[in-house]
Every structure is written in C-alpha cells, then in structure tokens.
Design a binder for this molecule. Structure first.
Ligand code: FRU
Length: 467
C-alpha cells in the first residue's frame, strides 16, 4: 500500500470506529490504548524537548497482527496523552511486513530520531530484517532515512527491536536475535554515528557462555544502569514452564550484572512480572533521573481473536507508567508518582474478611495490608488470594472459561492493586513482585469478600481513579 492509500484507510477506520471503541465498557479509563485497532509493544519511549513521547506498535486497520506501523502519543505528565500523526507506516520494500519495534534518541543535532526494524517476509516463509532510521521532519511526521544495518552472519531473519543509547562517547545498540541454530541472543553493536554500526558480539542469551538452553529467540532487549548495577531486560521465547515459573507462552525478565561497554557479566534470569499478560517493555531515563518503564499488557499469539473488545474494534493496552528501583539486590517497580493525581476520595476499611462490605473497582487504586490468609474477589472473574509467604492471582479465562492461576512470593508487605475496567496490576511488597493481567469483568465490578482464611484480616485504602 502507498502512504496515501494507508492514510485514507486509517481516516476511514478512525471516523467509523473511534466512538464505537470508546463505548466499550472494557475500554481503559486512564491506561493508554490505541483509538482503534491493535496495539502491542511500547516503542521509542523518550523525554524530548520537555515532552514524553511514546510510540507503539499499531495495526490501525484491524485487530490482527498485521500492517504494523508506529502510533505516536505525547504527554507532559505520563497520564494524559495527546494523539499525534501516525509516525511510521510500512510503505517501503525494506519494511514490507511491518515497521517493527525499536527506540528513539535525540541525535547529535538534538533531532528526535527513530531506530526501528524493517521486517520483510518472503512467500516461502523465510524472512529478513533491516535496522532503519527515521527523523523528525519538523511537521509532526518522520522522514525515513532507510536501512542502516543488515543481518549479521550466522543469524536468522529474526534480528530486531533495536534499543539505542549514547554512553557519552559513542552510540550503543542492543538487538534481539535468533541464531541459525535457534539460540536466542542479545547482540551489542557500537557506532560513532547512527548510520554506521559495528557488531561487538552477543552479550547474553541461550547457548554456551550464556544461560544454556534458554529459548530460541530473545525479543525486545533493553540495557541500562540502575543503582550500582546494569540491568538487561529481554523477552525470551521457547522456555518450558517450571513449577510456578515461566507459565506464560513467552517470558519477560531481567538479568542484573556489570557492563563494561563490551561484555555483560550477569546473574540469573528473573521474571519481570509474575502475572498473565506483560511483555516487550521499554524503559527511558527522564530529565528527573528516573528510569521509567511501559510494558504491553498482552502477549503475542495469546487468545487474540477471542478478546471481548474485538467487536468494539480495538484490542490491547499499555501497562501503567512504572518507575524502576534497584533495592536489596532486586529489581522493583512502582507506579510513577504522577498517578496519585488521579486519585479521588479515600475510603478505608479495617477488619476481618467476612465483614468487608464491597466497593467499586472499575477504575481504582487499592492499598492493601493483609494478614493471616484469605481472599478478595475482583469482580466475579478474578480473585486475589493471600497465604503466609505467597500471593496468588486467579482469573477465569475469557476463552476457555477455565480458572487459571499465577503466584509470587510475598514478604508480608503492602500490596497495591491498580484496576482499570479490564486490567489489574498488582505491586507486591512495594513492587518487589508485580502480577499484571487483563480480565473482562463487565460493567461495575466490585472488590468483595472471598474466603475468610485463617486469621484473614484486611486493611484497605481505596481511591477511585479518574483521568
Ligand atoms: C514483540 C514483537 C517484537 C516485534 C513486534 C512486532 O511483541 O514480536 O519482537 O518487533 O512485536 O509487532
């Protein structure tokens, strides 16, 4: 499709579909979702010239994984987003099957520059990928500068998702990759310019010298300093479940270590989120020195054609904006401080589970101090269960009708739950563990008393959230 054909179709979809999408009772009140169509990974997250820019993988023409371009929103507070003209559409031969994920930087002249993957699929099922540049054209759009990097030797066509930063001396880039013998890796490149890159080598992944047998593909890497460490976040694919670990189709996790500009010496892999849907996160360092993160509250290939939002012409949403902390040798995530501005009037409860009266949670912030054991219902399709040392989130799968469960260790600290019409984000022990999920509770879900386990007591602070 040419750009003009694309734009005409997008205009048609938006005019016909925006009000329908907005009328969905499961539409988030304050989380970011695409106006119509499918949203997946956060891309190009950056604070530039006093505004936060967030781009996202977007199929503006439908709810399937197709026609991937980059949607674009901007904000000054990370909460109220202004939709900007679509940033990238797959109109060129080198990106014929999608302008895939990537990042944004301010170039040497301070111009907002996007680095993304041009994805090309061939009729025989094979594919290739190019890492490409596009630069702010000063008129709300982006001028494509074309490919700057081809596939490296020994790798399949699955090399993508460039995350680029400047270390004060040079540009650095990490890429997700799959070798020709199906090992997932993170590749490091360096360059003096954004259009000339040299491969340094793999810095983490499956296989010898890495984590051993640990997935056939690693997507969406992100490497950054935090506290006295470097953290590498990435999304390995092809890891079998082990007990309560790795229960989702694909994983998203972190490695902590030290990075000397060439090598990354790191410890074990830990899941970034222990819930049902969380994938492809991206971070940025803002002007206040905060390491901020957005994740996609979805997973590739998960029950997609069945979500109750599809009849309304949209699917998927972002996580809330989170701030990262390195604390007690662990990666912690908390909702950004700005979110408190959405809080309405406080209602509190303290007492045993059976006396809990119930309260609306369609859009709410819950701070829970829990003792003993017990459970609370989140609408009728999800349940938060606490036991000494463990937190469990159960939900009824919207496709199969079956109940499924995720769990995480719990040190007994505060649990914050953010609810928004069709999403739950639980921050356990002040963000040492998070459990995120989509759920489809219908209109007006309530938090209500569940099992009164042994000594189960609740101390709840509840605020409605309104954007
Ligand atoms: C992760 C991902 C990326 C890719 C993009 C395509 O969800 O598969 O690896 O760039 O989505 O939309």
């Amino acid at each position: 499709m040419t750009e003009n054909q694309f734009l005409r179709q997008i205009a048609r979809q938006l005019l016909a579909g925006q009000l329908k999408a907005a009328a969905d009772p499961h539409r988030p009140r304050w989380h970011l979702a695409a106006p119509v169509g499918l949203l997946n990974d956060p891309n190009g997250f950056i604070e530039h010239d006093g505004r936060y820019h967030l781009f996202y993988q977007w199929n503006p023409l439908g709810c399937a994984h197709a026609n991937k371009g980059w949607g674009h929103v901007t904000s000054t507070d990370l909460l109220h987003w202004q939709h900007e003209p679509v940033a990238l559409l797959p109109t060129e031969a080198y990106e014929s099957h999608g302008c895939y994920s990537g990042s944004a930087v301010s170039d040497e002249q301070g111009r907002l520059t996007l680095v993304y993957t041009g994805n090309v699929k061939y009729p025989d099922g094979s594919r290739t990928a190019y890492q490409c540049l596009a630069r702010d054209d000063g008129q709300g759009g982006f001028e494509k500068l074309g490919p700057v990097l081809d596939l490296p030797q020994g790798y399949s066509g699955h090399v993508r998702d460039p995350k680029v930063w400047h270390d004060g001396r040079q540009w650095l880039m990490v890429l997700g990759a799959r070798t020709l013998d199906d090992k997932g890796e993170v590749l490091l490149y360096r360059g003096d310019r954004l259009d000339a890159w040299t491969l340094v080598g793999p810095i983490a992944g499956s296989g010898r010298g890495g984590l051993g047998d640990f997935g056939y593909m690693w997507e969406c890497p992100d490497l950054f300093p935090l506290g006295d460490r470097h953290l590498l976040i990435s999304c390995p694919q092809g890891i079998a479940p082990q007990g309560e670990y790795y229960r989702n189709l694909y994983q998203c996790g972190w490695l902590a270590g030290s990075f000397d500009g060439e090598h990354f010496a790191h410890g074990d892999f830990h899941e970034l989120d222990r819930g049902f849907e969380f994938y492809a996160p991206q971070t940025t360092l803002d002007s206040q020195g905060r390491r901020l993160l957005f994740g996609w509250l979805g997973l590739p290939e998960e029950n997609e054609m069945s979500q109750p939002t599809i009849p309304y012409g949209w699917i998927h949403q972002m996580s809330c904006p989170r701030e990262l902390f390195w604390q007690d040798e662990w990666l912690c995530q908390r909702p950004v401080a700005e979110l408190a501005a959405l809080k309405g009037e406080l209602t509190s409860f303290e007492g045993v589970v059976s006396e809990f009266p119930g309260i609306a949670i369609d859009s709410a912030w819950l701070d829970l101090t829990l003792t003993g054991a017990g459970s609370l219902w989140l609408g009728t399709v999800a349940e938060l269960i606490w036991q000494p040392g463990r937190i469990l989130l159960r939900r009824q799968n919207w496709l199969s009708g079956e109940w499924e469960e995720r769990s995480a260790p719990w040190l007994g600290g505060r649990i914050t739950v953010l609810c928004d019409c069709s999403s739950l984000e639980c921050f356990v022990d002040d963000g040492r563990q998070t459990l995120s999920a989509r759920y489809f509770p219908g209109e007006k879900p309530q938090l209500s008393a569940g099992d009164a386990g042994e000594g189960g007591k609740i101390c709840l602070n509840h605020w409605p959230l309104a954007a």
